[in-house]
Structure formats: C-alpha cells, structure tokens
Write a protein that binds this ligand. Structure first.
Ligand SMILES: [Fe+2]
Ligand SMILES: [Fe+2]
Length: 330
C-alpha cells in the first residue's frame, strides 16, 4: 500500500496544512493540527490493498478507450444482476478493496453465488444517500451489458455519485433548518454540483468504452422525509461523519490509487479530479461537523461513539486514513 496524500489534502482544504506539502510524491510527516490529539501516520504497512484492481488481461474493445470491456476469463466472473451489484460466494469474487460478499441467512444454494458485493463496515466510497439506515441508489433504466471488472466498477460508481447529489441536496435543507451559516450552505451546494459532474464524467467513460450511454432511473429515496425534530442535529452529525468524513476520504483514497494504476492519461486526469473533489468534500464534512459541535456541545457524545465505532470496527486502512482527520474535531 502506498503512502496516501489524501489526509494531507483534506487538512490543506481546511487550511491546517499548506497545499504545497500535498504536491509531493511521498506524503510528508503528519503534523497534528493545533489542539488535536497526536495522530496516526497515514503510512500503512498492511499487506492488504484497499483498491480495486484496474488491470485487465485482454480487451475486446474496438474503440480507443483505455477501459477493458471484457476480461480473458469471463466465465469465472459471477453474473451481474440488473441492479448492478455483483453476486458472489466469497469476498474474492468482489475483487480487492472495500467490497465484501454479504450473504443473507439461508441464502446459500449449493455453492452457487448467493450473496452480493457490498461495502465493508457500512462505510461507502463517497457520500451515500442513507434512508432508514440503508444506502439508496437508483437502478439503471437503460444500460449496456458489461463484463469487465473496470466497467462494473464504473457502473456502480456512477450510481453512487448520482445518489450523492440527493444526499447533498437534503443536507442543504437540513442545515438550513438548523440555522447553518450561508458559507456552509454555499459549500454544500457546490459539492452537490461536483457530484453531478462526477456522475457525468463516469457515464462519459462508460459511454466511450461501450458505445452506449447508461441512463439512471428513478430514486424515490431522494424525497424521503428529512431529518427533523430533537434528534435532527445528532442524526445529521452521524451522516456527516460516516458519509462525509469517512466516505469521502475513502473515495478520495480510492481515486488516488486508481490514478496511480491508470495507464492512460485520460483516466489519470479523471481520477485526479475525483480525488481532489472528494478530499474537499471530506474537509467540508469536517467543517460541518465542527459547526454542529459548536452549536450543540452535547453532540460530543455522538462524535465519541462514531470514533469508537471506527476504532473498533473499521479496517486498518480506513482507520489509518481517517483517525488523523477526526482528531481535528477533538
Ligand atoms: Fe463524487
Ligand atoms: Fe463527494
């Protein structure tokens, strides 16, 4: 695993580190922000790799796209159901990275794929739209058939980016209900626009590789009841910490890895843009959390619970990336 620049990018977006330090190839030593507890260095020694593979043995595409449209061993790849979530029997079926094979009790069927690849620890790449504890995404109304891991990843990523648009839209109004300053509303609105752009960019890559542009369908959860009442601030803080601080940081780190693995200039540019934007969104989440904690000091108990949950249940890679950032809120 490489040294990630993402924690430094996030802190630079908060004005706690100079941007120049983030431009270095090797991550600089972490300097704990003023008032923060000592941080863990974001240098991992783990042997596991929190990335999804981007290598493909062959490509059958007739276009100039750098994305493989099929692999050399399509028969070994579990089928992809219409909702885009790959079926699986073991974690390895989901590739490397943040996905794991989740099998519902009683679903096993004679060794056939019975589970679905899902993100580990309920932490997602990017800001998910969470309603009733479940991340919601639109299915595709129309989509090309894809068989390479790279394209499956992009098909899933486009749905996640699309759902983030709704997540930020809801956050804008929830922040307004809590009396948030206009500066926070403006930054959240800008993040929403970023997610629309990310969705478009991802669909562009799929279109270039397949010749067919996927069409995202309805997302009824976008208009689910907003958080309100006495627990609204606490619930928003949980969402901001999990989906914003953790999810956006993981998304930035994932893009950073993909950028390093990419052999094509266009893909490197794509992932570079995603990395910078998601790191800025993680910084926005920290800023939002800081405001919520200032307004409601009693929410420190929520921060403590979420920090404990990450420390005890998060993967080594996630903890290494995110713990230094949560220290900003201490
Ligand atoms: Fe995004
Ligand atoms: Fe984001």
């Amino acid at each position: 695993m490489h040294n990630s620049r993402v924690p430094f990018l996030v802190l630079a977006n908060l004005g706690l580190l100079p941007f120049a330090a983030c431009k270095q190839e090797e991550a600089p030593p972490v300097v704990a922000p003023t008032g923060a507890t000592p941080t863990t260095t974001p240098t991992s020694t783990s042997t596991s790799t929190p990335t999804s593979t981007t290598t493909s043995t062959t490509t059958s595409t007739t276009t100039s796209t750098p994305i493989a449209t099929s692999t050399s061993t399509p028969t070994s790849t579990p089928p992809v159901p219409s909702d885009g979530m790959k079926t699986c029997t073991v974690d390895q079926d989901c590739g490397q990275g943040y996905l794991q094979c989740v099998i519902a009790p009683g679903a096993a069927d004679g060794g056939k794929p019975a589970g679905h690849c899902q993100h580990r620890q309920n932490y997602h790449l990017g800001r998910p739209l969470v309603v009733d504890g479940t991340a919601r995404m639109a299915s595709y109304a129309r989509a090309p058939v894809v068989s390479s891991h790279e394209l499956e990843e992009l098909m899933r990523a486009a749905r996640e980016e699309h759902a983030s648009v709704a997540a930020f839209a809801r956050t804008v109004t929830e922040l307004m209900a809590l009396g948030a300053p206009l500066s926070l509303l403006q930054k959240t609105q800008a993040a929403l626009a970023d997610e629309i752009h990310h969705t478009e960019m991802t669909l562009d890559l799929i279109t270039a590789a397949t010749g067919e542009r996927p069409v995202l369908g309805r997302l009824p959860a976008a208009v689910a009841p907003l958080r309100s009442g006495d627990d609204a601030a606490a619930e928003l803080l949980v969402d901001v910490l999990r989906g914003g601080v953790i999810g956006e940081t993981l998304a930035a780190a994932h893009a950073e890895t993909q950028q390093k693995l990419a052999t094509d200039a266009a893909l490197r540019t794509f992932y570079g843009k995603i990395m910078e934007d998601e790191a800025r969104h993680a910084a926005l989440a920290l800023e939002t959390a800081q405001w919520l904690l200032r307004e409601s000091p009693a929410l420190t108990s929520v921060l403590a619970e979420e920090t404990h949950a990450l420390a005890s249940g998060g993967s080594f890679e996630t903890r290494t990336l995110v713990m230094p950032l949560l220290a900003v809120l201490a």
